[in-house]
Design a protein around this ligand. Sequence first.
Ligand code: AMP
Ligand code: MG
Length: 416
Amino acid sequence: MVLTGVAEPKLLSFTEARQVVEQYGSRLSPTDPEMLSLLEALGLVLAEDLRADRDFPPFPRSTRDGYAVRAADLVAAPARLRLIGEIKAGANSDQSDITIAAGEAAEIMTGAPVPLGADAVVMVEYTQRRDAVVTVQRAVARGENIVAAGSEATQGTIMVARGSRVTHTAAAVAAAVGRPEIAAHRRPRVAILATGDEVVDINLPPGLKEIRNSNTYSLAAQVYAGGGEPLILPVAPDSAEELALLLRQGLRADLLLVTGGVSAGKYDLVAPVLASFEAQFHFRGVRIQPGKPVVFGDVAFGDKTTPFFGLPGNPVSTMVTFQLFARPVLDALSGSTPQPLPFAQAMLQSPFTTKTGLTRFLPAKLGGTHEQPEVEPVRWQGSGDLMAVARSNCYIVVPPEREHFSAGEAVTLLLF
Ligand code: AMP
Ligand code: MG
Protein backbone atom coordinates (compact mmCIF):
# COMPACT_ATOMS: atom_id res chain seq x y z
CA MET A 1 0.00 0.00 0.00
CA VAL A 2 1.49 3.34 -1.03
CA LEU A 3 0.60 6.21 1.28
CA THR A 4 1.18 9.83 0.48
CA GLY A 5 1.83 12.26 3.33
CA VAL A 6 -1.00 14.39 4.64
CA ALA A 7 -0.12 18.10 4.64
CA GLU A 8 0.75 19.48 8.08
CA PRO A 9 -2.42 21.24 9.23
CA LYS A 10 -2.96 24.28 11.41
CA LEU A 11 -4.11 23.28 14.90
CA LEU A 12 -7.50 24.62 16.03
CA SER A 13 -8.18 26.06 19.46
CA PHE A 14 -10.40 24.06 21.80
CA THR A 15 -13.33 26.44 21.17
CA GLU A 16 -12.89 26.29 17.38
CA ALA A 17 -12.75 22.49 17.38
CA ARG A 18 -15.83 22.26 19.58
CA GLN A 19 -17.68 24.57 17.13
CA VAL A 20 -16.65 22.34 14.23
CA VAL A 21 -18.15 19.22 15.82
CA GLU A 22 -21.27 21.03 16.99
CA GLN A 23 -21.92 22.45 13.52
CA TYR A 24 -21.21 19.07 11.96
CA GLY A 25 -23.67 17.46 14.39
CA SER A 26 -26.38 19.95 13.48
CA ARG A 27 -26.27 18.70 9.87
CA LEU A 28 -26.46 14.97 10.72
CA SER A 29 -29.63 12.90 10.43
CA PRO A 30 -30.39 10.89 13.55
CA THR A 31 -31.02 7.15 13.54
CA ASP A 32 -34.57 5.96 12.88
CA PRO A 33 -37.12 6.05 15.67
CA GLU A 34 -38.69 2.89 17.03
CA MET A 35 -41.36 2.15 19.60
CA LEU A 36 -39.73 0.78 22.73
CA SER A 37 -40.91 -0.09 26.18
CA LEU A 38 -40.13 2.65 28.65
CA LEU A 39 -37.42 0.57 30.31
CA GLU A 40 -35.77 -0.29 26.98
CA ALA A 41 -35.73 3.40 26.08
CA LEU A 42 -33.81 4.51 29.20
CA GLY A 43 -30.76 6.53 28.15
CA LEU A 44 -31.93 6.87 24.53
CA VAL A 45 -33.36 10.02 22.97
CA LEU A 46 -37.06 10.76 22.56
CA ALA A 47 -38.31 10.84 18.96
CA GLU A 48 -41.67 12.34 19.99
CA ASP A 49 -42.96 14.97 22.39
CA LEU A 50 -44.41 13.67 25.64
CA ARG A 51 -47.59 15.62 26.36
CA ALA A 52 -49.75 15.84 29.45
CA ASP A 53 -52.71 13.52 28.80
CA ARG A 54 -54.78 15.39 31.42
CA ASP A 55 -54.33 18.26 33.84
CA PHE A 56 -51.58 17.92 36.47
CA PRO A 57 -52.68 17.59 39.15
CA PRO A 58 -56.01 16.31 37.79
CA PHE A 59 -57.79 17.52 40.94
CA PRO A 60 -56.93 20.13 43.59
CA ARG A 61 -54.47 18.15 45.69
CA SER A 62 -53.85 18.45 49.39
CA THR A 63 -50.16 18.70 50.22
CA ARG A 64 -50.70 17.98 53.94
CA ASP A 65 -52.44 15.68 56.34
CA GLY A 66 -55.02 17.84 58.12
CA TYR A 67 -58.45 19.33 57.56
CA ALA A 68 -60.05 20.76 54.43
CA VAL A 69 -61.67 24.02 55.49
CA ARG A 70 -63.08 27.34 54.30
CA ALA A 71 -60.47 30.00 55.08
CA ALA A 72 -63.25 32.51 55.90
CA ASP A 73 -64.31 30.34 58.85
CA LEU A 74 -60.90 30.72 60.49
CA VAL A 75 -60.41 34.48 60.31
CA ALA A 76 -61.06 34.72 64.07
CA ALA A 77 -59.13 31.56 65.02
CA PRO A 78 -59.26 29.57 67.19
CA ALA A 79 -62.50 28.27 65.66
CA ARG A 80 -64.57 25.13 66.06
CA LEU A 81 -65.68 23.33 62.92
CA ARG A 82 -68.05 20.41 62.45
CA LEU A 83 -66.42 17.35 60.87
CA ILE A 84 -68.47 15.92 58.03
CA GLY A 85 -66.19 13.26 56.58
CA GLU A 86 -62.77 11.84 55.81
CA ILE A 87 -61.01 11.99 52.42
CA LYS A 88 -58.03 9.77 51.80
CA ALA A 89 -55.76 9.61 48.77
CA GLY A 90 -57.04 7.08 46.28
CA ALA A 91 -59.20 6.96 43.26
CA ASN A 92 -62.57 6.26 44.68
CA SER A 93 -62.52 7.54 48.16
CA ASP A 94 -66.28 7.34 48.69
CA GLN A 95 -66.38 10.76 50.36
CA SER A 96 -64.47 12.68 47.69
CA ASP A 97 -67.72 14.20 46.45
CA ILE A 98 -68.74 15.79 49.74
CA THR A 99 -69.14 19.57 49.88
CA ILE A 100 -67.88 21.69 52.76
CA ALA A 101 -70.39 24.32 53.90
CA ALA A 102 -69.76 27.22 56.29
CA GLY A 103 -68.66 25.98 59.72
CA GLU A 104 -67.68 22.55 58.37
CA ALA A 105 -64.43 20.68 57.76
CA ALA A 106 -63.35 17.26 56.47
CA GLU A 107 -60.34 15.27 57.54
CA ILE A 108 -57.96 14.97 54.57
CA MET A 109 -54.73 13.12 53.80
CA THR A 110 -51.70 14.18 51.73
CA GLY A 111 -52.35 13.59 48.02
CA ALA A 112 -56.14 13.45 48.42
CA PRO A 113 -58.57 15.61 46.40
CA VAL A 114 -59.73 18.71 48.23
CA PRO A 115 -63.55 18.63 48.39
CA LEU A 116 -65.86 21.21 46.89
CA GLY A 117 -66.48 24.18 49.12
CA ALA A 118 -63.08 23.95 50.83
CA ASP A 119 -60.40 26.44 49.79
CA ALA A 120 -57.56 25.60 52.20
CA VAL A 121 -56.08 22.77 54.23
CA VAL A 122 -54.90 23.27 57.81
CA MET A 123 -52.14 21.00 59.02
CA VAL A 124 -53.17 18.47 61.64
CA GLU A 125 -50.47 19.94 63.93
CA TYR A 126 -52.58 23.10 64.43
CA THR A 127 -55.78 21.29 65.41
CA GLN A 128 -57.38 19.31 68.21
CA ARG A 129 -60.17 16.93 67.51
CA ARG A 130 -62.94 15.77 69.77
CA ASP A 131 -65.45 13.40 68.21
CA ALA A 132 -67.06 15.27 65.32
CA VAL A 133 -65.64 18.67 66.22
CA VAL A 134 -62.22 19.99 65.32
CA THR A 135 -60.71 23.08 66.92
CA VAL A 136 -58.34 24.94 64.62
CA GLN A 137 -55.75 27.12 66.36
CA ARG A 138 -54.75 29.46 63.56
CA ALA A 139 -56.05 31.12 60.43
CA VAL A 140 -55.06 29.94 56.94
CA ALA A 141 -54.79 31.80 53.66
CA ARG A 142 -57.04 30.73 50.79
CA GLY A 143 -55.25 28.10 48.73
CA GLU A 144 -52.85 27.17 51.53
CA ASN A 145 -51.61 23.55 51.29
CA ILE A 146 -53.52 22.99 48.04
CA VAL A 147 -52.01 22.54 44.58
CA ALA A 148 -54.70 23.73 42.16
CA ALA A 149 -55.87 21.41 39.37
CA GLY A 150 -53.82 22.02 36.20
CA SER A 151 -51.30 24.27 37.96
CA GLU A 152 -48.34 21.96 37.23
CA ALA A 153 -49.41 21.37 33.61
CA THR A 154 -52.57 21.62 31.56
CA GLN A 155 -53.71 18.81 29.30
CA GLY A 156 -51.88 18.80 25.97
CA THR A 157 -48.79 20.70 27.15
CA ILE A 158 -45.43 19.31 25.99
CA MET A 159 -43.78 18.02 29.16
CA VAL A 160 -40.62 16.52 27.61
CA ALA A 161 -39.69 17.56 24.09
CA ARG A 162 -38.44 15.34 21.31
CA GLY A 163 -34.62 15.35 21.34
CA SER A 164 -34.47 15.00 25.14
CA ARG A 165 -32.78 12.02 26.72
CA VAL A 166 -34.89 9.51 28.58
CA THR A 167 -33.42 10.31 31.98
CA HIS A 168 -35.04 9.52 35.32
CA THR A 169 -37.14 12.69 35.09
CA ALA A 170 -38.31 11.96 31.53
CA ALA A 171 -39.05 8.35 32.50
CA ALA A 172 -41.22 9.57 35.38
CA VAL A 173 -43.10 11.94 33.05
CA ALA A 174 -43.67 9.16 30.48
CA ALA A 175 -45.10 7.01 33.26
CA ALA A 176 -47.21 9.87 34.66
CA VAL A 177 -48.77 10.62 31.25
CA GLY A 178 -49.52 6.96 30.63
CA ARG A 179 -46.88 5.98 28.08
CA PRO A 180 -45.58 2.44 28.72
CA GLU A 181 -44.16 2.61 25.17
CA ILE A 182 -42.44 5.62 23.66
CA ALA A 183 -40.77 6.47 20.35
CA ALA A 184 -36.99 6.71 20.78
CA HIS A 185 -34.11 6.77 18.32
CA ARG A 186 -32.26 3.49 17.99
CA ARG A 187 -28.77 3.44 19.47
CA PRO A 188 -26.26 4.58 16.81
CA ARG A 189 -23.72 1.83 16.09
CA VAL A 190 -20.27 3.02 17.02
CA ALA A 191 -17.32 0.97 15.78
CA ILE A 192 -14.31 1.04 18.10
CA LEU A 193 -10.90 0.21 16.67
CA ALA A 194 -7.80 0.16 18.85
CA THR A 195 -4.47 0.25 17.02
CA GLY A 196 -0.86 -0.45 17.89
CA ASP A 197 1.57 -3.39 17.70
CA GLU A 198 2.06 -3.18 21.47
CA VAL A 199 -1.65 -3.37 22.26
CA VAL A 200 -3.01 -6.83 23.15
CA ASP A 201 -6.50 -8.17 23.63
CA ILE A 202 -7.53 -8.42 27.30
CA ASN A 203 -8.07 -12.17 27.00
CA LEU A 204 -4.40 -12.75 26.15
CA PRO A 205 -1.39 -12.60 28.47
CA PRO A 206 0.65 -9.50 27.56
CA GLY A 207 4.38 -9.80 26.95
CA LEU A 208 6.65 -7.65 29.11
CA LYS A 209 6.71 -4.88 26.50
CA GLU A 210 3.07 -5.13 25.55
CA ILE A 211 0.10 -3.40 27.16
CA ARG A 212 -3.50 -4.51 27.42
CA ASN A 213 -6.12 -2.77 25.33
CA SER A 214 -7.91 -0.52 27.83
CA ASN A 215 -9.07 2.19 25.41
CA THR A 216 -11.63 -0.01 23.70
CA TYR A 217 -13.31 -0.50 27.06
CA SER A 218 -13.23 3.10 28.25
CA LEU A 219 -14.72 4.06 24.89
CA ALA A 220 -17.34 1.29 25.04
CA ALA A 221 -18.42 2.66 28.43
CA GLN A 222 -18.55 6.25 27.16
CA VAL A 223 -20.39 5.22 23.98
CA TYR A 224 -22.97 3.20 25.88
CA ALA A 225 -23.52 5.99 28.40
CA GLY A 226 -23.98 8.35 25.42
CA GLY A 227 -26.76 6.15 24.03
CA GLY A 228 -24.65 4.37 21.40
CA GLU A 229 -24.13 0.68 20.73
CA PRO A 230 -20.41 -0.13 20.85
CA LEU A 231 -19.17 -2.50 18.13
CA ILE A 232 -15.73 -3.73 19.07
CA LEU A 233 -13.28 -4.53 16.28
CA PRO A 234 -10.11 -6.60 16.76
CA VAL A 235 -6.96 -4.64 17.63
CA ALA A 236 -5.26 -3.39 14.44
CA PRO A 237 -1.48 -3.79 14.14
CA ASP A 238 0.65 -0.91 12.82
CA SER A 239 0.41 -2.14 9.25
CA ALA A 240 -1.31 -0.04 6.59
CA GLU A 241 -2.90 -3.06 4.85
CA GLU A 242 -4.42 -4.59 7.96
CA LEU A 243 -5.44 -1.19 9.29
CA ALA A 244 -7.16 -0.41 5.97
CA LEU A 245 -9.22 -3.61 6.17
CA LEU A 246 -10.39 -2.91 9.70
CA LEU A 247 -11.05 0.78 9.01
CA ARG A 248 -13.27 -0.21 6.08
CA GLN A 249 -15.18 -2.52 8.36
CA GLY A 250 -15.57 0.23 10.96
CA LEU A 251 -16.82 2.73 8.38
CA ARG A 252 -19.96 0.62 7.94
CA ALA A 253 -21.09 1.75 11.40
CA ASP A 254 -22.80 5.08 12.08
CA LEU A 255 -19.62 6.45 13.67
CA LEU A 256 -16.05 5.14 13.77
CA LEU A 257 -13.72 5.73 16.71
CA VAL A 258 -10.07 4.81 16.27
CA THR A 259 -7.58 5.04 19.11
CA GLY A 260 -3.84 5.31 18.73
CA GLY A 261 -1.79 5.90 15.62
CA VAL A 262 -2.74 9.54 15.05
CA SER A 263 0.39 11.30 16.33
CA ALA A 264 3.37 12.26 14.21
CA GLY A 265 5.25 8.97 14.66
CA LYS A 266 6.52 6.85 11.79
CA TYR A 267 3.92 4.15 12.56
CA ASP A 268 1.01 6.53 13.08
CA LEU A 269 -0.86 5.33 10.02
CA VAL A 270 -4.50 6.10 10.78
CA ALA A 271 -4.72 9.51 9.06
CA PRO A 272 -2.71 8.48 5.97
CA VAL A 273 -4.84 5.33 5.48
CA LEU A 274 -8.06 7.31 5.91
CA ALA A 275 -6.66 9.92 3.49
CA SER A 276 -6.17 7.10 0.97
CA PHE A 277 -9.96 6.52 1.25
CA GLU A 278 -10.43 10.15 0.26
CA ALA A 279 -11.46 11.15 3.73
CA GLN A 280 -12.35 14.77 4.38
CA PHE A 281 -10.54 16.04 7.46
CA HIS A 282 -12.40 18.66 9.48
CA PHE A 283 -9.53 19.06 11.87
CA ARG A 284 -6.19 17.45 12.53
CA GLY A 285 -4.96 18.50 15.92
CA VAL A 286 -6.36 20.80 18.60
CA ARG A 287 -4.40 22.99 21.01
CA ILE A 288 -5.37 20.95 24.07
CA GLN A 289 -3.58 18.68 26.49
CA PRO A 290 -4.15 15.78 26.74
CA GLY A 291 -5.32 14.90 23.25
CA LYS A 292 -3.54 17.36 20.95
CA PRO A 293 -3.25 15.01 17.91
CA VAL A 294 -7.03 14.30 17.78
CA VAL A 295 -8.38 13.97 14.22
CA PHE A 296 -11.94 14.42 12.98
CA GLY A 297 -13.26 13.76 9.52
CA ASP A 298 -15.59 11.69 7.42
CA VAL A 299 -15.47 9.24 4.53
CA ALA A 300 -18.08 8.77 1.81
CA PHE A 301 -18.41 5.04 1.87
CA GLY A 302 -20.99 3.12 -0.13
CA ASP A 303 -24.20 5.15 -0.07
CA LYS A 304 -23.41 7.01 3.12
CA THR A 305 -20.88 9.29 4.74
CA THR A 306 -19.46 8.04 8.01
CA PRO A 307 -17.88 10.43 10.50
CA PHE A 308 -14.74 9.23 12.24
CA PHE A 309 -12.47 10.31 15.06
CA GLY A 310 -8.83 9.40 15.42
CA LEU A 311 -8.31 9.67 19.16
CA PRO A 312 -4.75 9.69 20.53
CA GLY A 313 -3.87 6.38 22.17
CA ASN A 314 -2.82 7.57 25.61
CA PRO A 315 -5.68 6.44 27.84
CA VAL A 316 -6.48 9.87 29.33
CA SER A 317 -6.25 11.49 25.88
CA THR A 318 -8.72 8.96 24.51
CA MET A 319 -11.22 9.67 27.30
CA VAL A 320 -10.91 13.45 27.15
CA THR A 321 -11.13 13.73 23.37
CA PHE A 322 -14.15 11.43 23.29
CA GLN A 323 -15.96 13.64 25.78
CA LEU A 324 -14.96 16.94 24.17
CA PHE A 325 -15.46 16.10 20.50
CA ALA A 326 -16.94 12.65 19.76
CA ARG A 327 -19.78 12.86 22.25
CA PRO A 328 -21.54 15.77 20.47
CA VAL A 329 -21.48 13.81 17.21
CA LEU A 330 -22.84 10.72 18.99
CA ASP A 331 -25.52 12.92 20.59
CA ALA A 332 -26.55 14.25 17.18
CA LEU A 333 -26.71 10.74 15.69
CA SER A 334 -28.81 9.70 18.69
CA GLY A 335 -31.33 12.45 17.92
CA SER A 336 -30.36 14.58 20.91
CA THR A 337 -30.55 18.35 20.93
CA PRO A 338 -27.04 19.84 21.46
CA GLN A 339 -25.86 19.46 25.04
CA PRO A 340 -23.39 21.77 26.78
CA LEU A 341 -20.31 20.30 28.43
CA PRO A 342 -20.80 19.81 32.19
CA PHE A 343 -18.65 22.62 33.59
CA ALA A 344 -18.65 23.57 37.27
CA GLN A 345 -16.57 25.70 39.64
CA ALA A 346 -14.79 24.85 42.86
CA MET A 347 -12.12 26.24 45.14
CA LEU A 348 -8.64 24.96 44.40
CA GLN A 349 -6.99 23.24 47.41
CA SER A 350 -3.34 23.12 46.27
CA PRO A 351 -1.33 25.42 44.01
CA PHE A 352 0.04 24.19 40.69
CA THR A 353 1.87 25.49 37.65
CA THR A 354 1.50 24.56 33.97
CA LYS A 355 2.85 25.91 30.72
CA THR A 356 0.89 28.31 28.54
CA GLY A 357 -0.26 27.66 24.98
CA LEU A 358 -2.77 24.82 25.36
CA THR A 359 -6.16 24.41 27.02
CA ARG A 360 -5.46 21.75 29.62
CA PHE A 361 -7.70 19.19 31.26
CA LEU A 362 -5.98 18.03 34.43
CA PRO A 363 -7.38 15.04 36.35
CA ALA A 364 -8.73 16.18 39.72
CA LYS A 365 -10.93 15.21 42.59
CA LEU A 366 -13.99 17.29 43.39
CA GLY A 367 -15.17 17.16 46.99
CA GLY A 368 -16.13 19.55 49.78
CA THR A 369 -19.70 20.51 50.53
CA HIS A 370 -22.54 22.22 48.68
CA GLU A 371 -21.56 25.43 50.46
CA GLN A 372 -17.90 25.10 49.59
CA PRO A 373 -17.08 22.76 46.67
CA GLU A 374 -13.36 22.02 46.70
CA VAL A 375 -11.06 20.47 44.13
CA GLU A 376 -7.67 18.87 44.48
CA PRO A 377 -5.44 18.16 41.45
CA VAL A 378 -4.56 14.46 41.25
CA ARG A 379 -0.86 13.69 40.94
CA TRP A 380 -0.31 12.17 37.51
CA GLN A 381 2.42 11.06 35.18
CA GLY A 382 0.83 12.61 32.10
CA SER A 383 -1.76 11.50 29.58
CA GLY A 384 -0.76 7.84 29.74
CA ASP A 385 -1.62 7.67 33.45
CA LEU A 386 -4.84 5.70 33.47
CA MET A 387 -4.47 4.99 37.18
CA ALA A 388 -4.50 8.73 38.01
CA VAL A 389 -7.66 9.40 36.02
CA ALA A 390 -9.31 6.44 37.77
CA ARG A 391 -8.72 8.28 41.09
CA SER A 392 -10.33 11.44 39.67
CA ASN A 393 -13.90 12.54 39.06
CA CYS A 394 -13.34 15.68 36.98
CA TYR A 395 -10.73 17.71 35.13
CA ILE A 396 -9.50 21.18 36.07
CA VAL A 397 -9.81 23.24 32.89
CA VAL A 398 -6.78 25.47 32.41
CA PRO A 399 -7.10 28.21 29.78
CA PRO A 400 -4.13 28.52 27.40
CA GLU A 401 -2.86 31.81 28.84
CA ARG A 402 -2.76 30.68 32.49
CA GLU A 403 0.40 29.37 34.17
CA HIS A 404 0.24 29.67 37.99
CA PHE A 405 -2.71 28.70 40.12
CA SER A 406 -2.93 29.48 43.85
CA ALA A 407 -4.74 27.61 46.59
CA GLY A 408 -8.07 29.27 47.38
CA GLU A 409 -8.88 30.52 43.89
CA ALA A 410 -11.97 29.44 41.98
CA VAL A 411 -11.22 27.15 39.03
CA THR A 412 -13.40 25.73 36.26
CA LEU A 413 -13.98 21.99 36.20
CA LEU A 414 -15.19 19.65 33.50
CA LEU A 415 -17.15 16.89 35.23
CA PHE A 416 -16.87 13.33 33.93
P1 AMP B 1 -0.24 6.31 20.07
O1 AMP B 1 -1.36 7.31 20.10
O2 AMP B 1 -0.49 5.17 19.16
O3 AMP B 1 1.07 6.99 19.81
O4 AMP B 1 -0.15 5.72 21.52
C1 AMP B 1 0.15 6.54 22.62
C2 AMP B 1 0.29 5.73 23.88
O5 AMP B 1 -0.98 5.15 24.21
C3 AMP B 1 1.25 4.58 23.80
O6 AMP B 1 1.94 4.51 25.04
C4 AMP B 1 0.37 3.39 23.60
O7 AMP B 1 0.96 2.22 24.07
C5 AMP B 1 -0.86 3.74 24.39
N1 AMP B 1 -2.02 3.09 23.83
C6 AMP B 1 -2.36 3.06 22.52
N2 AMP B 1 -3.48 2.35 22.32
C7 AMP B 1 -3.87 1.90 23.53
C8 AMP B 1 -4.97 1.10 23.97
N3 AMP B 1 -5.87 0.62 23.11
N4 AMP B 1 -5.08 0.85 25.30
C9 AMP B 1 -4.17 1.35 26.17
N5 AMP B 1 -3.13 2.11 25.81
C10 AMP B 1 -2.97 2.38 24.50
MG1 MG C 1 0.47 3.53 18.40
